[in-house]
Design a protein around this ligand. Structure first.
Ligand code: GLC
Length: 610
């Protein structure tokens, strides 16, 4: 530790202020890594992965038929977005039964066959669980609306407010839905409003009613008994609302002037309430108990929240109780504008706020955000995969990102399926719709990119499938697919699994980081040029602790300055525009760190002598 402090002072005094170092030991506590820490998690959006029956919608059999694709990529865990019964207003995130497979996706038998296939291939299965809300078509909601004594408090109900002068009925308060407009919908059946933090078809469950927590724990047990290895908890920070339902304050910093827009208010009473953490901790305890009572294989809980880093970090729990194995880190999902220093900041924001013993993770894409190649210059896709897959921690890949799929911005308003896009109307739908990043996986050159043998697809296939598809990319050595596979292989090195991190940027153009693990021979360095210019004479040893190390080029992006196997000196690197490189290096017998310790003692000795 003292050494780290000393080094920071040295670095500062040389004016190299952006270097940051993180010891991963603090996060592993010296323990062996568990399956969920070592793996890449591949997210399948099931409607869009593969359609086995020609109806134009992806299904479970389609996943089973193609799961070898994940194995080929070197991926050891899959997260599947909801496959349970749903009216599909929000494509599965509006659940009408938590324990039935939606017929669009197949049957329970199909699900069991998928579990068996995954087991055979050694791939862990994480299901999406939507605890915050159900569909308005869920039996619980229908009974709640009908004031059934058992279910009447399963949802968040409130009386209207009556405001002068008209004394007309208004919603209970000013809360807004993440999908726009009031978060309250009036039920004429019950003469009360129900809360919906997402669409009006997604009423919020009431976690102040213990029976609701118990119901969801039963649901978890149901799927665990079927062989599931954990859950991704949807909208985890929304579970409980402030009692008394006070108005939320206007967010004056947001620049949003439309009160119907979700950004208009500060959501201090609907998000991150202390009781929400209690419910999540309860879910986690249930998972741990299940593992202990069965086979001691960890059942993982990953939480999804779009909120501040401080609030997200609380979802790890503390010394007294564990909550999530990890909450998703969306720092790299932000629009970081192709600036290396902003990536540096985003990485440091996560690493420096990570509690002791907490495990990092990196999400580069998901079904709610623009694809990587559409958020950034497509030429950056491979470099961004290098970064997210080689930083310390679990990495999450959204289907299609392994081949650099792009958003399909050609979707017309009539083809729009996403409720957010529909709500925005024909003039604005494309700015907010999530459909462009949800189009079918591009498998090959056949009709509909090989996604279906039918005559239509639920969302239009991106016409660029002739250029971007799995079949083509498996044959091209420098394709996104093959570069992705190489990175995943390298990720298995102990230096990457458990190695410490040094990260730095050179202005807004170059991001560089080093991963190394004392006691292991091989370390890894990643360097990426985010700019349009050729950069020469870059001294990586100036920004990372590399001294005079020779670096061996291991993985390159296309049109790179070097080829794998080239040996370069860390103080004289060239990078083509938007080039990314992964190097390996060997620790000398006396590693740089021990060398530094020796130097430190020597300097102390000299000072004492003087
Ligand atoms: C999560 C899901 C998103 C869904 C929302 C409401 O953010 O990722 O797709 O619309 O929750 O369930």
């Amino acid at each position: 530790m003292a050494f780290l402090a000393l080094r920071s002072i040295l670095v500062l005094s040389l004016g190299l202020c952006s270097l940051a170092e993180y010891s991963i030991w603090n996060h592993t506590r010296g323990k062996d890594l568990d399956w969920w820490q070592k793996t890449v998690i591949y997210q399948i959006y099931p409607l869009s992965f593969m359609d086995s029956n020609g109806d134009g919608y992806g299904d479970i059999k389609g996943i089973t038929m193609n799961i070898q694709h994940l194995k080929n990529l070197g991926v050891d865990a899959v997260w599947i977005s909801p496959i349970t019964k749903s009216p599909m207003r929000d494509f599965g995130y509006d659940v009408s039964s938590y324990v039935d497979i939606d017929p669009l996706f197949g049957t329970m038998e199909d699900f069991k066959a998928l579990v068996a296939k995954l087991k055979e291939l050694g791939i862990k299965l994480i299901l999406d669980l939507v605890p915050n809300h159900t569909s308005d078509q869920h039996d619980w909601f229908k009974k709640s609306e009908a004031n059934d004594p058992k279910y009447k408090d399963y949802y968040v109900w409130a009386d209207p407010t009556f405001r002068p002068p008209s004394q007309n009925a208004f919603p209970p308060n000013n809360w807004t839905s993440a999908f726009g407009g009031s978060a309250w919908k009036y039920s004429t059946k019950r003469n009360q409003y129900y809360l919906h933090q997402f669409s009006e078809y997604q009423p919020d469950l009431n976690y102040r009613n213990e029976n609701v927590t118990n119901e969801i724990k039963e649901v978890m047990k149901f799927w665990l008994d079927l062989g599931v290895n954990g859950f991704r908890m949807d909208a985890a920070n929304h579970l409980v609302e402030k009692e008394g339902f006070p108005d939320e304050p206007v967010n004056l910093d947001s620049g949003v002037s439309d009160p119907n827009n979700y950004g208009y208010l500060k959501h201090i009473y609907t998000m991150n309430q202390p009781e929400t953490f209690d419910v999540l901790a309860d879910f986690r305890a249930m998972l741990d108990e299940y593992s202990h009572k069965t086979d001691n294989i960890t059942r993982v809980m990953i939480t999804e929240s779009y909120t501040s880093t401080d609030e997200i970090m609380k979802q790890y729990g503390d010394q007294n109780r564990s909550i999530a194995h990890f909450p998703f880190n969306f720092n790299l999902l932000a629009e970081l504008g192709d600036e290396a220093d902003l990536f540096d900041l985003a990485i440091n924001d996560w690493m420096s706020n990570l509690p002791q013993g907490a495990w990092p993770n990196w999400v580069l894409g998901n079904h709610d955000n623009r694809r990587v190649g559409s958020r950034y210059d497509p030429k950056m896709i491979d470099s961004l995969n290098m970064i997210s897959l080689l930083l310390p921690g679990t990495a999450v890949t959204y289907y299609g990102e392994e081949i650099g799929m792009l958003d399909n911005m050609g979707i017309t308003f009539n083809q729009t399926r996403d409720p957010i896009g529909i709500e925005a109307g024909p003039d604005n739908y494309l700015t907010v719709s999530r459909d462009p990043q949800r189009t079918p996986q591009q498998w090959n050159y056949q009709n509909f990119a090989g996604f279906t043998k039918g005559n239509e697809t639920w969302l239009p296939v991106n016409p660029n499938y002739n250029i971007i598809n799995v079949q083509d990319q498996t044959t091209l050595p420098m394709s996104h697919y093959n570069i992705y596979r190489q990175i995943v292989q390298l990720r298995k090195l102990p230096g990457v699994q458990k190695g410490d991190l040094e990260v730095s940027s050179i202005g807004s153009r170059v991001l560089a980081f080093k991963r190394s693990y004392d006691g292991e021979e091989t370390g890894v360095v990643v360097a990426a040029n985010f700019g349009e210019d050729i950069l020469e004479n870059i001294n990586l040893a100036y920004v990372l602790d590399l001294y005079d190390k020779k670096l061996t080029v291991n993985i390159t992006t296309p049109a790179a300055t070097y080829k794998p196997g080239d040996i370069i000196s860390s103080d004289d690197l060239s990078l083509n525009p938007m080039e990314g490189l992964v190097f390996t290096f060997q620790h000398s017998l006396a590693s740089s760190r021990s060398l530094s310790v020796v130097l430190m003692f020597l300097s102390v000795f000299l000072v004492v002598r003087v």
